[in-house]
Design a protein around this ligand. Structure first.
Ligand SMILES: Cc1ncc(COP(=O)(O)O)c(C=O)c1O
Length: 384
């Protein structure tokens, strides 16, 4: 049991979020505690006092220190870990590492992130590469179906499998260890898109043994926006390159990825402060408390919307996010529902979609209180 109360005045005051909004969408962009923003502001001040000292002379060694801390947190050797701006960049770097041939296929779940599908679509234009969906039923009551879906989608033409660690529209935690094993057994490289995973799940990236793994630190570690990691398996470390070429080309992963031209590295440098904040609250306590908020919230929503819960109620299936179907809306209506909810009720929550269906996806974070989900459920009940 945490020593703090989720959504209490003390917890809410730690974040800069607008108190007039019920912010139930930590999942999209995260939210950064004021203490971490203050550390970042300090770095910015220092950078502007002597930019050359900060960016040219001190940055690489400082990033190595941050890397060591993050590597410990995600169970990886530091040599295979670099900082990138977001998971999208990590996915793009992995796509760039493959020597695509016409007719190659990329397997990606139908619950996969839309922007990743667009990146595969773009590969299609450039190299005649095709996306093959792993079709995951939803509602889902047996994770074996997920493994079967990927197994069925992999063919001799598959050049890469992309597995979402936590799916974006449906917030499911997929069985990545089994899926990586499946890809290894079939001899196909695998990229795990763990955009939501760092902070939310215990990661053991070396043990996982994926070819590539990317994950955001600005979501559930609550680092400033623009902080993410990209893990590269030893087999690929000499073959993967940053997509933007600068001084560090072919000098190793960190020199290549961590200098792609002048930029603001303060989000990366502030990751230890974010980890301090998370660990100060207690990583396990935060996870349990956030999950409990969402567990209760999704039950209320399902009741208000008159739908079944779409998956079992166990923390191995979902963490601090959950999706419930909005049975009277289509996926195309999602953005207007979001806008209306915000305009009329100042509730911020995403309406996600896939397969033409619309889902409301709630997040739970330490600044949230149970009554916020009650308010959301009551509004949606009246919209039926
Ligand atoms: C599964 C998945 N992949 C990739 C991303 C992209 O993350 P970012 O916008 O930080 O690059 C997201 C964002 O929510 C996601 O859910």
């Amino acid at each position: 049991m945490p020593s703090w109360i989720s959504g209490s005045a003390d917890l809410r005051a730690r974040w800069a979020l607008d108190p007039s909004v019920d912010y139930l969408n930590h999942g999209s962009f995260g939210a950064t505690p004021r203490s971490v923003l203050a550390v970042q502001a300090g770095f910015r001040e220092e950078m502007e006092r002597e930019p050359v000292e900060f960016l040219a002379r001190r940055l690489p060694e400082r990033l190595d220190v941050v890397r060591a801390r993050v590597a410990g947190f995600v169970g990886a050797q530091p040599d295979g870990l670099v900082f990138v701006s977001n998971a999208t960049h990590g996915v793009d770097a992995a796509l760039g590492a493959i020597d695509w041939q016409p007719g190659d296929e990329v397997v990606h779940a139908d619950h996969g992130y839309h922007a990743v599908k667009r990146a595969i679509h773009r590969l299609g234009h450039a190299h005649d590469v095709r996306l093959v969906p792993a079709v995951i039923p939803f509602p889902l009551h047996d994770m074996e179906r997920v493994i079967e879906a990927f197994a069925a989608a992999i063919s001799p033409r598959t050049r890469l499998v992309i597995v979402d660690h936590i799916t974006s529209p449906t917030a499911l935690i997929l069985p990545v260890a089994e899926l990586v094993q499946l890809c290894r057994a079939r001899g196909v490289p695998v990229l795990v898109d763990g955009a939501h995973a760092p902070g939310l799940l215990d990661l053991r990236l070396d043990e996982l043994n994926a070819d590539f793994y990317t994950g955001n630190l600005h979501k559930w570690v609550c680092a400033p926006k623009g902080a993410a990691l990209f893990y590269v398996h030893p087999d690929w470390r000499k073959r993967v390159h940053a997509r933007v070429t600068s001084h560090g080309y072919e000098l190793g992963l960190a020199p290549e990825f961590e200098w792609t031209g002048t930029f603001d590295p303060t989000a990366w440098l502030s990751v230890p402060a974010a980890l301090d904040h998370l660990e100060g609250l207690g990583v396990e306590d935060v996870r349990a408390s956030n999950h409990a908020l969402v567990q209760e919230g999704r039950q209320r929503l399902a009741h208000a919307l008159g739908v079944e819960l779409p998956h079992p109620d166990h923390p191995s299936w979902y963490g601090p996010m959950a999706s419930v179907q909005v049975p009277w809306a289509t996926s195309a209506e999602g953005p207007s529902l979001n806008a209306r909810l915000f305009a009329e009720h100042r509730i911020e929550v995403p309406f996600t979609g896939y397969d033409g269906r619309c889902f409301v996806r709630i997040s739970g974070q330490a600044y949230n209180a149970p009554e916020q989900y009650v308010r959301l459920a009551e509004v949606l009940r009246t919209w039926r």
